[in-house]
Design a protein around this ligand. Structure first.
Ligand SMILES: [Zn+2]
Length: 101
């Protein structure tokens, strides 16, 4: 029985780009970043907002546990000077795979 508090999946594309942001906070080191939904879609696809808690990692350390993720409408006062973390590029890491022959 799913928890009544867990709403149905809410994909990133449901957020209103340009007005809504995704706030991601690490409880461990108290870093907070704000992202545009469209940037996150480029990385994770159009996934459920809540699922980002486990998909994203704290940038300070990969093992700070799950992050607090919420969609916000920054209010006028809050929006002023709010730094938004924009996607610059996606680096593809080349990982060698070896096998003994
Ligand atoms: Zn952290």
């Amino acid at each position: 029985m799913p928890s009544p508090y867990k709403s149905k999946p809410f994909p990133l594309s449901n957020l209103n780009d340009g007005q809504q942001l995704v706030r991601v906070r690490c409880a461990y080191c108290r870093r907070t970043h704000h992202y545009f939904p469209s940037d996150l879609i480029q990385i994770f696809g159009d996934v459920d907002v809540d699922s980002l808690m486990t998909r994203m990692r704290c940038e300070a350390s990969g093992d700070h546990g799950s992050l607090k993720v919420e969609a916000i409408y920054p209010s006028g006062k809050e929006a002023v000077g709010l730094k938004i973390r924009r996607l610059v590029s996606i680096k593809i890491r080349r990982e060698p795979v070896w096998r003994e022959e």
